[in-house]
Write a protein that binds this ligand. Structure first.
Ligand code: NAG
Ligand code: NAG
Ligand code: NAG
Ligand code: NAG
Ligand code: NAG
Ligand code: NAG
Ligand code: NAG
Ligand code: NAG
Ligand code: NAG
Ligand code: NAG
Length: 391
């Protein structure tokens, strides 16, 4: 049996970018039932474009509320960095903050917030950071237009995931002009994504994907999407097993014709200590007459986001003080977080992962008299804040 292994590149998928100094756009396509206790897809994109004429690419931290989401290290002026996380919001507000760590002024090009169906992408704990999302095989439109790298997103995808094309010469690209039905699948997969797939060149081959995790302890969640897109003859069958790091994960899957099936993790998986790679194998069963196929795959890593937000009572009081005294400071985001970036004039207490509390307030530096006109680039911390009710 021949084995074909492909290294799965971490794609940076791309999108619409708005230029300009501190342009910030929040685009929301769905407006149903916004609020807390909902799962959101949050995507932040960065394209430096030498907007400030300094020709110096910055590196800064990105926070989701009080928790560090990641570092944005801009390597060149023209490429776009995109960070995506699926986050269950425990409060009415979501804050995305850019923190100056001393390596240049933070900026953001696009910030998007999409509500997700409530029964999808639910990790046991923490939030899901996008590692890769791939639309396998070529789509018709792409094929005819001779464009090699086109992502599919809204409006094809109602929840605006970005799907980048994924294929390789070792795999055959198959497709159908029929519509693939996702109406019984809560992942609401676009037909254009599901109507293409990859399959090995020969019957006895398998589909293999592997990568070497940056962090050996990274916790992965998988969402694999399948649909049969070839009309099988009576004497044909397609059935396969899915293995994660050599362990059987899903047995004897035989995707339905033109209907989407999603196989997903309920708990995370990590790379075994004694292996260099994380490996996924999709192998046909003994009796299957056809090789396996894969229509689309999503891989996420867990970000625990452990730090709690500031105690709600404290937040309410400080907001009251702010409005009562018409304090003109740039008080936005969580009062005590991120740590080291608490609101100017506040002193907070922190202990482990308990909610921080406000212990003192010092308004003597004249927040009450002269107006502080905060010019965004001079702030250590810039927070973007959307209150759901205002969408
Ligand atoms: C799956 O197929 C690959 C390549 O054909 C093979 O190396 C691997 O051992 C197979 N996995 C299992 C569990 O059979
Ligand atoms: C998801 O939302 C539906 C209605 O929109 C509701 O009936 C259902 O209980 C919710 N499920 C969960 C797990 O919250
Ligand atoms: C399938 O499509 C990919 C591009 O997505 C291409 O690189 C690959 O060569 C194609 N495979 C075959 C067997 O033509
Ligand atoms: C595939 O494997 C089966 C069983 O091992 C074998 O009988 C068959 O000849 C193989 N087919 C090809 C094309 O290699
Ligand atoms: C690696 O991942 C673990 C768990 O996901 C995390 O606690 C740790 O901080 C990470 N290490 C690095 C260097 O990012
Ligand atoms: C399946 O049946 C078709 C005719 O309907 C025949 O041409 C083909 O060889 C058969 N394939 C196998 C694997 O038996
Ligand atoms: C790692 O350990 C597992 C089970 O203990 C074993 O099956 C596997 O072959 C080992 N891998 C390597 C590369 O030694
Ligand atoms: C904040 O409170 C701590 C503990 O009471 C105290 O040691 C520290 O000096 C205070 N910092 C400021 C800036 O007031
Ligand atoms: C309050 O802030 C002002 C200006 O930043 C500072 O001079 C003063 O010492 C602070 N007072 C306390 C009690 O920390
Ligand atoms: C921002 O900082 C620069 C350099 O420190 C200063 O020249 C400029 O006046 C500041 N802008 C505002 C609006 O405070």
């Amino acid at each position: 049996m021949e084995s074909k292994v492909l290294k799965m590149a971490k794609h940076f998928l791309f999108a619409i970018i708005l230029h300009g100094a501190f342009a910030l756009t929040v685009v929301v396509h769905s407006q149903d039932q916004l609020g807390k206790d909902r799962n959101y897809l949050i995507r932040a994109s960065f394209m430096y474009g030498n907007y400030d004429g300094k020709g110096k690419t910055p590196t800064f931290d990105l926070y989701l509320g009080v928790n560090r989401w990641g570092t944005v290290a801009v390597s060149d002026a023209s490429s776009t960095i995109s960070k995506e996380i699926i986050h269950l919001s425990s409060s009415e507000d979501i804050y995305v903050c850019l923190v100056n760590t001393g390596y240049g002024t933070p900026f953001i090009s696009v910030l998007e917030l999409r509500p997700l169906p409530n029964d999808t992408y639910i990790p046991k704990s923490g939030s899901l950071e996008l590692f890769d999302r791939a639309n396998c095989g070529l789509s018709f439109s792409i094929k005819w237009a001779h464009i090699t790298f086109v992502s599919i997103r809204y409006k094809d995808d109602v929840i605006d995931r970005l799907w980048s094309p994924f294929g390789a010469s070792l795999w055959r690209n198959i497709s159908t002009i029929q519509t693939v039905d996702s109406s019984y699948n809560s992942y609401q997969l676009p037909s254009v994504v599901m109507s293409t797939a990859v399959t090995p060149l020969t019957t006895n081959d398998s589909i293999g994907l592997y990568w070497s995790p940056d962090n050996a302890t990274s916790q992965y969640y998988f969402y694999m999407h399948f649909a049969e897109i070839e009309k099988l003859q009576a004497n044909q069958s397609r059935e396969f097993n899915i293995f994660l790091n050599g362990k059987l994960w899903y047995e004897a899957l035989s995707p339905s014709y033109l209907a989407a099936t999603t196989i997903f993790s309920r708990t995370y998986r990590t790379k075994p200590d004694n292996e260099t790679y994380f490996q996924i194998w999709i192998n046909k069963t003994e009796t299957s007459t056809l090789p396996p196929l894969l229509n689309a795959i999503e891989i996420y890593t867990v970000n625990q986001l452990l730090q709690a937000q500031t105690d709600q009572k404290d937040v309410d009081s400080i907001k009251n003080i702010k409005s009562m005294y018409r304090i003109k400071r740039n008080w936005q985001g969580d009062p005590c977080g991120p740590r080291d970036c608490s609101w100017d004039g506040l002193n907070c207490s922190y202990s482990n992962f308990d909610p921080p509390g406000i212990i003192s307030l010092n308004l003597s530096s004249s927040g009450l008299t002269g107006e502080i006109a905060p010019f965004i680039s001079n702030l250590t911390m810039i927070c973007f804040h959307r209150s759901f009710t205002t969408f």
